[in-house]
Design a protein around this ligand. Structure first.
Ligand SMILES: *Cc1c(COP(=O)(O)O)cnc(C)c1O
Length: 502
């Protein structure tokens, strides 16, 4: 992207590639199109050599996004890589496959679809686009209602937990909706439904609950939220709806926790998004949004395209895009079926448990993720006065592992955690290998003189906070304050680094 910042003194030329030097003698300009063409073999070699320095996607434990699919599906995707999804009259079968996926997912989420009725939903580039669309629908519906009542409609807001994924903040800023965030607290890292409902006012276009918090994988209590909001709506005469951001949990809960009510079984849930490229098991580039019914998607947001004499309504932000991801999603749905998804998700949860137990066994970490939720393990150091999770994250890179470390959002910023996402391709033996590498890293860090204590600024801070003559109580308080300060320092330090959570 053009917005990318370059190194302070960028090299003007790409290093001439080892093997491509058989074909080209001139170094390649870095930021300008080369004057001349080069042989295709050379271009291939130059790029392959440079890409070697990328991480190995399978060892990237930071991401929920699928990194492995069956070769048969790879083949299908390559075969349709030249189809533009938007050309619906040219590729009516692809459109049909999309519509089948929408219906299968809506049914999976218990949408109240009458017989002979089609579900309302659309394939998107990911949950981010899906959330933009769902948010726009809520905003438009709310505006229409306020207008019809002769009330001001210029200050819409959404109530969420402070743990929302960044795409909600994007939606809020791009589409001018205020985000009212319920703050977290130590030991409780999801939106508290009681506080959320307290924050709802007449300008609230929806409350967004997350099924599978990005930070800890924990499911928010949508059922309780639905109950409390129903009560509030009754008292106030409003009709504030709920959106469920099921980016990762949407393909887990129906298979592993069918009894948890979080979806269209709850009357206030009007729309749900899910990432096809997370536990939907497709490579990056596919998400879904489904609405409860036609009434929940304002008609003036929908564009109608006629193809082959029938009406294809569309509601997306972009126009052209590839078809492969949609075809791949259809492949997974029919290839795996309910049974296949269920066993894959159960296996992921089993592997997450093995990992969790191994991490607990070191005695050094407190696991903050829950057993019920998205299969991931988020864990904090019990004692981070000597070194922090950020150093552990850095040290694990040496073994090829990408394990992100981050601090929690407000008001739990002083807690820093490591997070390992367990995907289908993260096997039990990889889990065991990771645990042994974590043990090695701990041993190594234990043997080093503490980096933190060496940092004179932090020492000053520590002295300031603790004082010279501390009694036991003050020491306890002091330790925590030191930890907060230290975490703050590290937070500042990692701000410039790009390893966020996705
Ligand atoms: C990943 C994620 C998103 C963003 O989804 P993309 O498909 O990557 O655009 C939104 N919300 C939650 C809870 C997520 O985990």
């Amino acid at each position: 992207m053009v917005l990318t910042t370059t190194n302070p003194a960028p090299k003007q030329f790409v290093e001439s590639s080892t093997f491509a030097s058989r074909y080209v003698r001139q170094p390649l300009p870095r930021f300008q199109m080369p004057e001349n063409s080069m042989p295709k073999e050379a271009a291939y070699q130059v790029i392959t050599d440079e890409l070697m320095l990328d991480g190995n996607p399978r060892l990237n434990l930071a991401s929920f996004v699928t990194t492995w699919m069956e070769p048969e599906c790879d083949k299908l995707m390559m075969a349709s890589i030249n189809k533009n999804y938007v050309d619906m009259d040219e590729y009516p079968v692809t459109t049909e496959l999309q519509n089948r996926c929408v219906n299968m997912i809506a049914n999976l989420f218990n949408a109240p679809i009458g017989s002979g009725e089609a579900a309302v939903g659309v394939g998107t580039v990911g949950s981010s686009e899906a959330i933009m669309l769902a948010g726009l629908a809520f905003k438009r519906k709310w505006q229409q209602k306020m207008k019809s009542q002769g009330k001001p409609y210029d200050k819409p807001n959404i109530v969420t937990g402070a743990n929302v994924q960044v795409c909600w903040e994007k939606f809020a800023r791009y589409f001018e909706v205020e985000l009212k965030e319920v703050k977290l607290k130590e030991g409780y890292y999801v939106m508290d439904p009681v506080k959320a409902v307290e924050m709802v006012d007449e300008n609230t276009i929806c409350v967004a609950a997350i099924l599978g918090s990005t930070l800890t994988g924990e499911f928010e209590n949508v059922k309780l939220l639905n109950e409390l909001l129903t009560k509030k709506n009754k008292e106030t005469g409003w009709d504030t709806p709920i959106h469920v951001d099921a980016a990762s949990g949407g393909f887990i809960a129906p298979f592993v926790y069918p009894k948890i009510e979080w979806d269209f079984r709850l009357p206030l849930v009007k729309s749900i998004n899910v990432s096809g490229h997370k536990y939907g098991l497709v490579y990056a580039g596919i998400g879904w949004v489904v609405w409860r019914s036609k009434e929940d998607l304002p008609d003036d947001l929908v564009f109608h395209i006629n193809y082959l004499g029938s009406d294809q309504p569309t509601f997306t932000l972009n126009f052209s895009k590839g078809s492969s991801q949609i075809i791949a999603q259809y492949y997974q749905l029919i290839r795996l079926g309910f049974e296949g998804y269920k066993s894959i998700m159960e296996n992921c949860i089993g592997n997450a448990r093995i990992l969790k137990e191994g991490i607990e066994k070191t005695g050094r970490f407190e696991v903050v993720s829950k057993d019920v939720g998205v299969p991931l393990v988020a864990f904090a150091l019990k004692d981070s006065t000597k070194y922090t999770v950020f150093q552990i994250s850095d040290a694990l890179r040496k073994f090829g592992w990408i394990v992100p470390a981050y601090t929690m959002p407000a008001d739990a910023e002083h807690i820093a955690v490591l997070r390992v996402v367990v995907r289908e391709d993260f096997s039990c033996s990889l889990a065991e290998r990771l645990i042994s590498h974590i043990q090695e890293v701990l041993k190594e860090l234990d043997s080093l003189p503490s980096q933190i204590v060496k940092d004179s600024h932090v020492v000053t801070v520590a002295k300031e906070v603790v004082g010279e003559n501390k009694d036991a109580e003050a020491a306890k308080m002091g330790d925590r304050k030191i930890q907060e300060k230290v975490t703050k320092q590290w937070r500042h330090f990692v701000k410039t680094k790009k390893t966020g959570v996705c």
